[in-house]
Design a protein around this ligand. Sequence first.
Ligand SMILES: Cc1ncc(COP(=O)(O)O)c(C=O)c1O
Length: 388
Amino acid sequence: MIKIPISKPFFGEEELLAVQEPLKTGWVVQGPKVAEFERLFAQYTGARHAIATTSCTTALHLALMALGIGPGDEVILPSFTWVATANVIEIQRAKPVFVDIELETFQIDINQIERAITPRTRAIIPVSLFGLSAEMNSILALAHQYNLKVVEDDACATGAWYHGHHAGTLADMGCFSFHPRKAITTGEGGMVITQDERIAEQIRSIRDHGASKSDLARHLGARSYLLPDFNVVGSNYRMNDLQGALGVAQMSRLQTILERRRQIADAYTKALSPLGWIRPPVTPQDCVHGYQSYVCLFRPEQPTMQNVARLNALRNSLMDRLEAAGIATRPGTHAVHALGYYRQTYGIQPGDFPNAYIADQLTLSLPLYAQLSDEEQGYIIENLTKGF
Ligand SMILES: Cc1ncc(COP(=O)(O)O)c(C=O)c1O
């Protein structure tokens, strides 16, 4: 039987060769390969600085630490995102303040942000979910008006553009993921980008225990036996050079990977749009979707909090049928406010952010990766057009 996974990393000879280099030189901790990957990523996105980390979660955590966000502070985020966006706020002992999403784009509802702002609000984390930027002009205007920092959760946003700017470059910081379900991968891995020299210096230091100098700079400089000073508290969130080498090789394929993913996404949209009961992802004008994943809304009728349980059962039986046909699918992501910890800690009900809950119950992510053949995609579409 055909087995089509939801996602597959794109590796070849280049990657196999690239990871051998640090093994041969023996320099496997963060070093020249990470520096090269950072340089290429900054160049691609147009950011002045790119700082590699162990994951997007640690990139987001570093961003909040660099902004000094802590107890008593509030941070606004969409309620439909991966749990990490909220967890990093909790880890800093600050309070996550959820805002519902628009079902059309799965993005934070910009009309509901202002009423969530209080005198304790310090920052907004818009999420470029599935590879589509949030409505940044409105968010930046609000941030300016209320003196808030903006950290984009760009875990899914490599290759996502907003009004000609790469995701993350308009905010104070953008945090990316290189988990294998992303367009390019370093196994696990992340990156913070920023245009701000001072923030970049802080992030580099906090990523490395608060050191005033990196290991590489120390080894290359005079009196390399002397340890640097440590002026701030930090942790170890350093990407290693095996991952850096992989990142460099992946950057050389990024355009090819993104182009093929867009081609597949367009073919899905063309085939699924006439079906009516499934709504393909929507791309607002002046945005380029990065298509980290292709997430549809299962919508045989207008979803509401009253019919969502029934529609969810129908979506799940469709997912069962696809799985039996060898086609993997997933929900888009989850409604964080409805997860056990957040429900219990803040006494939130699923219906407090209905669109996020509906998206949680009714999204359907289809297989999307550059190596997916036309034949395999045809098989997926054929199975979808059979209905639910
Ligand atoms: C929106 C969002 N934020 C954060 C993360 C966490 O990324 P990582 O797995 O690199 O920590 C993910 C992971 O998929 C994500 O989708």
